[in-house]
Design a protein around this ligand. Structure first.
Ligand SMILES: *Cc1c(COP(=O)(O)O)cnc(C)c1O
Length: 448
């Protein structure tokens, strides 16, 4: 038995993988990753793979980056962890100031946690408590989009709108008002922008009195299948929120830190929400860390004499972890020293051209891209947009074919997801396209 086989056997015996049908594991040909370098990962058999999903949307400047390594090591020689309950630490202070400086105007307060799900939970609880503290406790419900993903904890699943994830937990979740996702490819008329906005307006006219907040993944709804909102949608939603006195929560857990071509996706719509959720790319993909940014208006509502108990009673044990904050600070600094955003022009051009070419293929229904985030939706029939059946796992099997080109892809249903690290160079971008092409070829040969 090889070392890889032995490890896999142990993995099967003891590790319960996320979002994974363990009965089919390891038939799914899992790789065991041993190290990384830039845009690549290396498995235990020494094979090199282009990490086209940034290790599930987190890696920003590449794996094993010397600057990030040094930042974490330097902090490690001082202290690995200390609490933010009743004390402060150096990197968490410096990072909060840096986030406030870079975030959209008005987001000056930073509440730390550990994951995207907790960043969303924190935002929801802040919004909920805010209206009690400001004398409108009847505003205690939430609204969001039908196809939305905000994480896997009970509160964040409630706020999300992915049917498949909801079904099992229906009775455990709180009820959320939904408006349809402005997804042009599946919208029944060409007038997606106006009709989708009208639905938000109708909802607010009827229910704003009861709504604490509207939550949205700005510009791109990642886990729903890289659904791209029409230009102007978010800006108008933000205006409607303001007009109807509903707080706006933007969940930039996926889109934050340059993925869409700008530091934050909300910048593309000139929007500054009341609450902004950040996680995934915050540490450059090094360590788990999340932040919920709040406006002064929200923050000030929580101030008062001790006895008034306006305090936000929430906090996770590892909140503000110094190692993670040090990594995040170094990652933010790299955006300048490496000119990360300016250097995206070339890889984005290669991706745009490659995807344009693939969009003509027989089983490619829709291609969507914003910056370095893209989705290729595979369909059974281009004319009718009929999807492949769930149980056929066409997306998954197509992604396995991409490995022939040395590319690691992971689908969302029948959507091939491209979410490469921002350090991707032109050659690597071409390899990524070759991987997608191999996946699309496989579908043409094997389409059920
Ligand atoms: C991934 C994701 C989350 C959840 O983040 P975790 O760190 O996995 O808890 C929340 N919102 C969005 C938009 C995401 O993409």
């Amino acid at each position: 038995m090889t070392r890889t086989q032995a490890l896999l056997q142990q993995d099967l015996r003891h590790v319960w993988h996320p979002f994974t049908q363990m009965a089919g594991w390891p038939d799914d040909a899992p790789l065991i990753i041993e190290r990384g370098e830039g845009s690549f990962l290396f498995d235990t058999d020494g094979r090199r793979w282009l990490d086209a999903i940034s290790s599930l949307w987190v890696t920003v400047h590449g794996h094993n980056h010397p600057v990030l390594n040094a930042a974490v090591k330097a902090q490690l020689d001082k202290v690995a962890h200390c609490t933010l309950l009743g004390q402060a630490n150096v990197p968490s202070i410096e990072l909060a100031a840096e986030l406030a400086r870079r975030a959209p105007k008005g987001l000056s307060r930073v509440f730390y946690s550990d994951s995207g799900s907790t960043a969303v939970e924190v935002a929801a609880k802040l919004a909920y408590q805010y209206w009690q503290l400001t004398g409108r406790p009847e505003k205690r419900r939430f609204a969001g989009l039908t196809e939305a993903y905000h994480g896997d904890t009970v509160g964040s699943v409630s706020l999300g709108g992915i049917e498949l994830f909801h079904e099992r937990f229906r009775h455990l979740l709180f009820d959320v008002e939904r408006v349809p996702t402005p997804h042009a490819y599946r919208w029944p008329t060409p007038n997606v922008l106006d009709e989708a906005l009208a639905a938000v307006e109708r909802l607010f006219e009827a229910r704003a009195d009861t709504l604490a907040a509207f939550i949205i993944e700005p510009v791109v709804q990642g886990a729903a299948g890289m659904l791209v909102q029409p230009k102007g949608y978010l800006r108008r939603v933000a205006e409607l929120c303001r007009a109807h006195d509903v707080l706006l929560i933007c969940d930039e857990v996926a889109t934050g830190f340059g993925r869409t071509g700008t530091m934050f996706a909300v910048e593309q719509e000139g929007v500054s929400p009341d609450l902004l959720c950040l996680a995934k790319g915050l540490t450059g993909g090094y360590l788990p860390l999340a932040a919920t940014l709040a406006s002064e208006r929200v923050y000030e509502a929580f101030l008062g004499p001790f006895a008034a108990a306006k305090t936000f009673f929430h906090g996770h044990t590892y909140t503000g972890n110094p190692l993670a904050c040090a990594a995040a600070l170094a990652s933010l600094a790299l955006f300048e020293t490496e000119q990360t955003l300016a250097r995206l022009t070339e890889p984005m051009r290669v991706l745009a051209q490659g995807l344009e070419r693939l969009s003509q293929r027989r089983h490619v229904g829709d291609v969507r891209r914003v910056g370095m985030m893209a989705g290729v939706e595979l369909v059974r029939d281009r004319g009718t947009k009929e999807p492949f059946a769930f149980e056929q796992r066409v997306g998954f099997r197509a992604c396995l074919a991409a490995r022939d080109a040395g590319v690691l892809l992971r689908p969302l249903g029948n959507v091939l997801v491209l979410m490469p690290p921002l350090c991707l160079n032109e050659t690597e971008a071409k390899q990524l396209i070759a991987g997608v092409e191999a996946a699309v070829d496989w579908v043409e040969r094997n389409a059920p």
